[in-house]
Design a protein around this ligand. Structure first.
Ligand code: ACO
Length: 427
């Protein structure tokens, strides 16, 4: 039986339907509230507002659980591959062997960019941040692939999703190559998704590039860990941009712009800079005191939804150790600082009280640095991996017949109506 909630304003009561999902908090349906009562709800930061209905990803922040289409992130990270997770997010089910072979081939055969697109990169200054290049380049895809921007055609939506997943590694690798002044590397169809990306990033004409299975696996796992995270800031940006009917490439460019911020995807870059700034274990207490004095935040710590250990951070920490054992220095001073900082913070009252745990960004920076990526590439890699989540959420929005343009309301606190005063009569 459907439950109702009652809202009383003055002498009038309004019945609001309570809707249950398969799991997670119930929601109070306020869609007709304004029509019936003339009031809005007020929730800046969306801390209590479900902006959409979704079947893709579920997070239980208190329990530290993350599920994609019902499958725990740990099981996917250890047993699946990024491309299989892409298929799952986009289509709702794990693929059969034949479906996977077909999907793998489709993505592989879409990795090349239009030859004219390469000229686009040279318009940027050589010291441009890769995220600036990514935002511009991904938005520009709509100027190159006109045949897949009709958002009302499911087939075109599918093709644009495949194009985005396939071309992001090529664009991200080019953004990196451009920033270091090295020639672009063409994708190769005989390599896996992660291998292909690593080769496009690190191969140079003067030296053969050899795959390293530990690094390939780490790259693939990092992509899986960042693939989707339900209605976070960048995903909500993609959905909001898409709600107006904007083309998918423009919507993903909007998501990339949002991801760039230090409170979101930019945190991995900031977390590594923080570890560098601390430098040595003996400086941690002084740094932690600065956090408590609210001079700065501990980057890579805290999350709007997780009030427990981020399950992605656990896998990331393990991957970090594997990578450092393979190519880095397991005694890397930054790793020592990270582990000690984590230990101190997890036991310190300030952090315990506020339920501040390491998030996925805390260990990803050290791992990516050991793999050879400069800090400026960290968020670009996040954008590459999150593209599948963004486009799956965007696709889901279009498949919902109740889709409406996103249009939040406001609590207006500005001046009341007043008359214009000519400039010579002011003040
Ligand atoms: N370091 C120190 N204190 C913190 C931190 C932190 N990283 N995060 C939150 N707090 C404190 C706040 O000062 C506040 O304390 P108060 O109640 O005494 O004022 C309390 O914890 C709650 O903080 P809010 O800002 O209200 O929490 P919110 O849910 O809005 O913020 C956020 C989440 C933005 C992620 C925050 O924890 C943060 O800034 N973390 C650092 C940046 C970061 O790592 N971002 C990555 C997020 S994960 C991702 O995008 C993949």
């Amino acid at each position: 039986m459907a439950e109702n909630a009652t809202l009383t304003i003055g002498n009038t009561s309004y019945d609001l339907q309570v809707i249950k999902g398969t799991t997670g908090p119930d929601v109070i349906d306020v869609r007709k509230l304004y029509d019936e009562s003339g009031v809005f709800t007020f929730d800046p930061g969306f801390t209590s507002t479900a902006s959409c209905e979704s079947k893709i990803t579920y997070i239980d922040g208190d329990a530290g659980v993350l599920l994609h289409r019902g499958y725990p992130i740990e099981q996917l990270a250890y047993n699946s591959s990024f491309l299989e997770v892409c298929y799952l997010l986009l289509n709702g089910e794990l693929p059969t062997a034949a479906e996977f072979a077909d999907f793998d081939k489709t993505i592989t055969y879409h990795t090349m960019l239009h030859a004219q697109f390469d000229r686009f990169f040279s318009g940027f200054r050589s010291d441009a941040h890769p995220m600036a290049i990514m935002t511009g380049a991904v938005g520009a895809l709509s100027a190159f692939y006109h045949d897949s921007i009709n958002v009302d055609d499911p087939e075109q939506r599918k093709i644009s999703a495949h194009r985005l997943i396939a071309k992001m590694p090529t664009i991200a690798a080019r953004a990196y190559k451009y920033s270091v002044g090295q020639p672009f590397v063409t994708p190769r169809n005989d390599l896996s998704y992660a291998e292909n990306f690593l080769r496009m990033a690190f191969s140079v004409p003067a030296e053969d590039w050899r795959p390293n299975p530990v690094l390939t696996r780490a790259m693939d796992r990092i992509f899986i860990l960042h693939a989707d995270h339900e209605q976070n800031a960048s995903t909500s940006t993609v959905r909001l941009a898409g709600s107006s009917g904007a083309n998918p490439f423009a919507c993903i460019a909007a998501g990339i712009a949002c991801l760039w911020g230090p409170s979101h995807g930019g945190a991995n870059e900031e977390a590594l800079m923080m570890l560098r700034e601390i430098g040595t274990v003996d400086r941690i207490p002084e740094y932690v005191q600065g956090v408590k004095d609210r001079k700065y935040r501990l980057m890579g710590f805290g999350h709007r939804v997780y009030k427990n250990y981020d399950p992605r951070a656990k896998v990331m920490q393990e991957t970090c150790h594997e990578v450092l054992k393979e190519v880095g220095d397991p005694d890397d001073p930054l790793l020592k600082v990270a582990m000690e900082l984590e230990k101190i913070a997890l036991n310190d009252e300030y952090f315990v009280e506020r339920k501040l745990y390491p998030n996925v960004d805390f260990y990803s920076g050290i791992t990516l640095k050991a793999m050879g990526f400069p800090t400026t590439m960290f968020t670009a890699l996040f954008a590459l991996a999150r593209t599948v989540g963004w486009i799956s959420q965007w696709k889901e929005m279009f498949e919902d017949p109740r889709r409406k343009i996103g249009r939040p309301r406001q609590l207006y606190n500005g001046p009341l109506q007043r008359d214009y005063v000519a400039i010579d009569k002011r003040g």
